[in-house]
Design a protein around this ligand. Structure first.
Ligand code: IMP
Ligand code: MG
Length: 180
């Protein structure tokens, strides 16, 4: 049935059901990790927002949420490693248990910059959670503490991820066939 909703250029890689099931598991794992302590989610705009909302609903520890937007000066689908803060956090994170929530870790350059930036603000702890990880693409070493799915080196969309700002709203993760 789900096949009918897919345009001819996108192949389902991870279904809506699989994603929901995995986020449920991650919610339990992360709640156990924080042992009742409040966690401050730093959601990375725009892609991380869909995952952040679903994950937040599955956490049994007290949750607060803030948003940050960074852009990397790059050409097309390649990031350069030079990162600019487009929208900073509204609140200070000093003394808080901070969990950065991202859609995908690719080269790791954006996250590496972001984590260094947040670390300098003296949070009580700083961890990283990502829905997707493309380990084969890593250029900069980044410690990912919680991963939804490790995926192959393919360009994917949906569940927050875009191709030229399209497809973020797809409820599944799909591979874009750029040659179609
Ligand atoms: P990094 O700095 O190379 O790790 O870049 C991470 C950012 O690149 C992510 O936050 C996404 O916005 C974007 N990105 C990387 N891979 C994909 C993909 O397969 N689909 C959509 N966006 C991607
Ligand atoms: Mg992103």
């Amino acid at each position: 049935m789900e096949e009918n909703r897919v345009s001819e250029k996108i192949r389902i890689l991870i279904s809506e059901d699989e994603i929901e099931k995995r986020i449920c598991e991650m919610g339990k794992e992360i709640s156990e990790f924080y042992q009742g302590e409040p966690v401050h989610l730093v959601s990375v705009l725009k892609g991380g927002v869909f995952f952040t909302c679903e994950l937040a609903k599955r956490l049994s520890v007290p949750v607060s949420i803030d948003f940050m937007s960074v852009s990397s000066y790059g050409n097309g689908t390649k990031s350069s490693g030079v990162v600019k803060v487009v929208k900073d956090l509204d609140e200070a994170i000093e003394g808080k248990h901070v969990l950065v929530v991202e859609d995908i870790v690719d080269s790791g350059r954006t996250l590496s910059y972001l984590l260094d930036n947040l670390k300098s603000r003296k949070p009580k702890s700083l961890h990283l959670c990502t829905l997707l990880d493309k380990p084969d693409r890593r250029v900069t070493d980044v410690q990912v503490d919680f991963t939804g799915f490790a995926i192959p080196d393919e360009f994917v969309v949906g569940y927050g991820l875009d191709y030229m700002q399209h497809y973020r709203n797809l409820p599944y993760i799909g591979i874009v066939d750029l040659d179609a």
